[in-house]
Design a protein around this ligand. Structure first.
Ligand code: C5P
Length: 227
């Protein structure tokens, strides 16, 4: 039987990739499908949560039953909406692939092809939405981040995850390995769930819904501990 362990809990989840406008018809984007964020939303709703799903660009996904969907485009739009919905959320999950940079001043008109060489694209940093939400955290609010990492010769995926958890200040961080066809645009995922209290839970290879279940189990365990 389904355990409705998130009854009465409001969760805000971001999913998908942001699109950073270059001009009215063009953007810089990424390959995020949104599948992991949608799986988190679906499982939370099945467990009885009130779910607000804030989605950037995604694959053609159906909105999970009972979930409120808000569509956004750029990182700056995502930031504004996440601040609004987080003000009333018990749990916030940043599963979106937020662009690190955006074109500094998008052209007001479509950029024309001319015989001259094109202008270079000048980029500026986007805000770190997760870090901002941590700074604005309400009492008792649980904040979950994601880290998609590729390890290298000196540092493993897990070590990058541990460092990111500390740097961002969130309560839980899901680390997953990417590259070599892993995770992005895939149906399955694997990794670790790292907790600010030091607990590290390996997440076995499985569906994105299974990974979502591990996350919601941990969120529920935290709320039970603090009561
Ligand atoms: O630093 P990095 O992009 O790897 O961190 C990933 C985590 O931070 C994810 O939870 C992602 O949604 C969030 N993020 C964010 N704002 C950014 C970049 C990432 O909230 N500008």
């Amino acid at each position: 039987a389904l355990q409705r362990t998130l009854e009465g809990v409001h969760v805000a989840i971001s999913a998908g990739g942001t699109r950073e406008p270059l001009d009215p018809v063009r953007f810089l984007g990424n390959r995020s499908s949104g599948k992991q964020g949608y799986a988190l939303a679906r499982v939370a709703a099945q467990r009885g949560a009130r779910v607000t799903l804030v989605a950037g660009n995604t694959a053609d996904l159906s909105t999970p039953a009972g979930v409120d969907l808000i569509r956004v485009g750029s990182a700056v739009e995502l930031r504004d909406v996440m601040h609004k919905v987080s003000a009333d959320a018990d749990v916030v999950v940043m599963a979106a692939a937020v662009a690190d940079f955006r074109p500094v001043t998008p052209a007001g008109h479509k950029i024309k092809k001319t015989s001259a060489d094109p202008d270079p694209i000048t980029l500026t940093k986007n805000p770190d939405i997760l870090a901002e939400l941590v700074s604005a955290r309400r009492e008792g609010q649980v904040i979950v981040g994601f880290a998609a990492e590729t390890g290298d010769e000196t540092t493993s995926v897990l070590d990058y995850g541990r460092a990111k958890l500390k740097r961002k200040g969130c309560d839980l961080l899901v680390v997953n390995a990417v590259g070599d066809g892993k995770a992005f645009e895939q149906e399955d995922n694997a990794g670790w769930l790292l907790s600010a209290d030091g607990a590290e839970t390996p997440i076995p290879h499985g569906s994105k819904a299974q990974l979502a279940s591990v996350v919601w189990d941990a969120v529920t365990a935290r709320s039970t501990d603090s009561q």
